[in-house]
Design a binder for this molecule. Structure first.
Ligand code: NAP
Length: 298
């Protein structure tokens, strides 16, 4: 068997085209466009590379982007002040604080400071809580992109066993909730899981988000399973994932490539989340709807 490739780049391109059209329509009607702001602490080249990709995607669809690089020795209070000022700017609808932050900065305090309505990454505890209770929320981009890619390829989740390797707040945990919302049966594994292959080999859909190059091999995969590779690593000048694509492609029925799978979907979902936040802001301004976050009064 040679696995079908789940082309995230193609779907992301389609989503961006749709957003571009919707954005042009809203711009004609309101003379407003969405804006996404990035705060980057320290001039880390890898983070700068990620941000460059995201700002390029904003430009492609006509969305404004604002990047602020802050010194590595910035005080936590000064970073919080920066977030407050972005929260107050009406032309900013989404705010991203690039992670990781220096260890001396309390990441939870920082993420909580981003207004929940401008939380383009879906990392604020309020949005996480909404996801936990199956309500509509701003959902973290990578798991949201995975679900969209599965749906686009008519891969049903209902009744299926989804096994997720990795329990991070960015990928594993929100994907657990999204998969449950789709009526999947979900198992989540982590570094302390014993007999890992027992779990992975029972997966109809196996998601690898562990941060270890080519960790998942054909031996982990049930024949015919769908494999989603979240990992991204530079190995000997080549991009590879958490999945050993050469061996797994011989047993899986479908899998995501690296690059061109989950990565582009993450960026597309970031734009989608920002557009959603923009529309919510317009509706709030018009007093048209009562949004679930309104009682926060912030
Ligand atoms: P993370 O925060 O480092 O978490 C890694 C998770 O994997 C942890 O829960 C860890 O368990 C678990 N783990 C480690 N070794 C394991 C093992 N041998 N067996 C089972 N589980 C194991 O990582 P992350 O932020 O979720 O990211 C994971 C990977 O995805 C990274 O390569 C990252 O660069 C990539 N990523 C890609 C995108 C994209 O858009 N393509 C987005 C986000 C992340 P413990 O909890 O027990 O430590």
């Amino acid at each position: 068997m040679t696995a079908k490739i789940l082309d995230g780049r193609q779907l992301a391109g389609k989503i961006k085209q749709e957003l571009k059209g919707r954005l042009e329509t809203v711009k004609r009607e309101t003379n407003r466009v969405p804006g996404l702001a990035y705060l980057l602490v320290d001039d880390d080249p890898v983070s700068k590379h990620y941000i460059a990709g995201k700002t390029k995607a904003c430009n492609e669809i006509g969305m404004n982007s604002f990047v602020e690089v802050l010194p590595a020795n910035i005080l936590e209070e000064a970073l919080l002040y920066k977030i407050d000022s972005l929260n107050a700017r009406p032309e900013v609808h989404g705010i991203i604080v690039q992670l990781p932050l220096p260890e001396r900065i309390n990441v939870h305090r920082v993420l909580e400071r981003v207004h929940p309505k401008k939380d383009a990454d879906g990392f604020h505890p309020y949005n996480r809580g909404l996801l936990f209770s199956s309500h509509t929320a701003i959902v973290p981009c990578t798991p949201k992109g995975i679900i969209a890619l599965l749906k686009e390829n008519q891969i049903p989740l209902e009744g299926k066993h989804v096994v997720i390797l990795g329990r991070s707040l960015v990928v594993g945990r929100p994907l657990l909730m999204l998969s449950l919302n789709e009526n999947a049966t979900v198992t989540i594994c982590h570094s302390k899981t014993e007999n890992l292959k027992t779990f992975t080999r029972s997966a109809d859909i196996l998601v690898a988000a562990i941060g270890k190059p080519k960790f998942v091999t054909a031996e982990h995969v049930k024949p015919g399973a769908v494999v989603i590779d979240v990992g991204i690593h530079q190995v000997e000048g080549k991009l590879v994932g958490d999945v050993d694509a050469d061996s797994v492609s011989q047993v899986a029925s479908a899998m995501t490539p690296v690059p061109g799978g989950v990565g582009p979907m993450t960026v597309a979902m970031l734009l989608t989340n920002t557009f959603q936040a923009f529309q919510n802001a317009l509706a709030d301004e018009a007093g048209a709807t009562l949004k679930p976050t309104s009682h926060l009064g912030r």
